[in-house]
Design a protein around this ligand. Structure first.
Ligand code: GLU
Length: 452
């Protein structure tokens, strides 16, 4: 059997991390088993579906590198891959249910008669879930009356306005597209008995189901598009790497047997399996996501890191062609978790003036005799002839000895005076890049600031 998985988004205008994770798991599962991953657009809800909202999802998948073997833009033997273009197929399937006497009209809608028997979903992640749809659906709780009332358990599969309902088109397409494994969010687990009843009505073998746990936000509720880290395009804009985001999404609900946490896409393809998917909900942790991405940045070759940093430099007004860029990027590399953080670390090297962080200035003012320290720095650095890391260190150490303080007591004031903040890249290499003249003019500028 050739594995065939699918991602079946409804175009909602954004690619949410939960949806992207579902796409990733389907993609990985297909890759791992030498199968086919297809993309099907569930756009029967015409009000919400627009071409632009679909493009956002497709762009997100493309950025993540989750390419599809069949689907929009690629084609394939089971198209069209937009449900809105498959109405004839649905009409044909409905006719089959009609001739089998399995559907009837009810106030303009079409209902499918659910069987009066126990249906068991044997889920690869959640285990067995059994229900008798007829029994369970015959009564429902009425919130107004505050008691149970009789209900019609039969499923509406076509609306009075002629539109087909999700359950029906989802099953028809999974049959038609020969899907072997349905990996989707646990919010669909309760729909699956209905889907199994439809598969049986069509005499079709159902796919294997795997419902993956929900992804909760840090406060323990279902993650919404407003939560930090919810939308894939935001990762792209912030300078995450697709491999880092995929790696983190893989860990949201799945773990490798040996607790490995950092994976290349190749490793994920080789190791991902449904047996490692947790049955409990996962909790989104943005710091962990950033950490994973930082690890991916560290593993890039220097050339790739520089090339990927270019758009983020340009956006921050730093000329990527500046000869100091490669050296400066080397200083930023181990300190950033996203490419978007680079300008914040090394921007000072390229700016014409220092912008002083008030808290940092207050911090160095608290300590010792700042005026003397800065004066000593100006004295020794203005006569330093060797403007290298070693030469600068030797000069600063000489200045420290002259005024009787430790080397460390010189460094923080020097950092704040020349870089504006206690944070950032290593001080001395930054001074090398700034050059002697700029370093001294910044120290003198800081002197003026102190005496003002
Ligand atoms: N369109 C459905 C959704 O976005 C797909 C469910 C499924 O994967 O079967 O939730």
């Amino acid at each position: 059997m050739t594995v065939r998985t699918r991602f079946a988004p409804s175009p909602t205008g954004f690619l949410h991390i939960g949806g992207a994770r579902t796409a990733l798991y389907n993609w990985l599962y297909a890759k791992r088993h030498g199968g086919t991953f297809l993309l099907r657009v569930e756009d029967t809800d015409a009000d919400r579906s627009t071409a632009e909202s679909m493009e956002i999802i497709l762009d997100g998948l493309r950025w993540l590198g989750l390419d599809w073997d069949e689907g929009p833009g690629v084609g394939g033997p089971f198209g069209p891959y937009f449900q809105s273009e498959r109405i004839e197929i649905y009409d044909r399937y409905l006719a089959r249910l009609e001739s089998a006497g399995l559907v009837y009209e009810d106030e303009g809608a079409i209902r499918f008669r659910v069987p009066d028997k126990v249906i068991t979903v044997s889920d690869s992640v959640c285990g067995d879930v059994s229900i008798n749809l007829k029994e369970a659906g015959s009564r429902r709780y009425d919130a107004d009356l505050k008691r149970e009332v009789e209900a019609n358990p039969d499923i509406v599969i076509k609306r009075p306005n002629g539109g087909y309902i999700f359950h029906f088109v989802n099953v028809v397409d999974d049959i038609e597209m020969q899907i072997t494994h349905v990996i989707r969010g646990e919010d669909h687990l309760s729909n699956t008995p209905k889907h199994l009843a439809l598969f049986e009505a069509f005499g079709a073998t159902p796919p294997q189901f795997a419902h993956i746990p929900l992804n909760l936000n840090p406060s323990g509720t279902k993650m919404s598009k407003r939560d930090q880290g919810a939308l894939i395009h935001e990762y792209q804009e912030a300078g995450f790497l697709p491999s880092g985001v995929n790696n983190y999404m893989a860990l949201l609900g799945w773990s490798a047997k040996d607790d490995q946490e950092i994976f290349t896409m190749e490793e994920l393809k080789a190791k991902f399996d449904l047996s490692g998917v947790n049955s409990s909900n996962s909790k989104f942790d943005f710091d962990k996501c950033r950490w994973v991405n930082g690890e991916h940045l560290k593993r890039l070759s220097t050339e790739d890191f520089v090339a990927l940093a270019v758009p983020f430099l340009s956006k921050a007004g730093i000329d990527p062609a500046d000869p100091r860029v490669p050296e400066a990027l080397g200083l930023a590399r181990d300190r950033v978790q996203t490419l978007g953080e680079i300008p914040g670390i090394i921007g000072t090297v390229f700016s014409s003036s220092v912008s002083y962080d008030e808290t940092s200035v207050a911090k160095v003012k608290e300590k010792g005799d700042l005026v003397n320290v800065i004066a000593a720095l100006v004295d020794v650095l203005s006569v330093a002839s060797d403007w290298t890391v070693d030469g600068i260190k030797a000069a600063v150490s000489e200045g420290a000895a002259t005024i009787g303080v430790k080397m460390g007591a010189m460094m923080l004031p020097c950092r704040v005076a020349t870089m504006g903040s206690t944070a950032g890249a290593d001080l001395v290499p930054v001074l090398v890049l700034l050059g002697k003249e700029t370093t001294l003019s910044r120290l003198r500028g800081f002197q003026e600031l102190l005496s003002a």
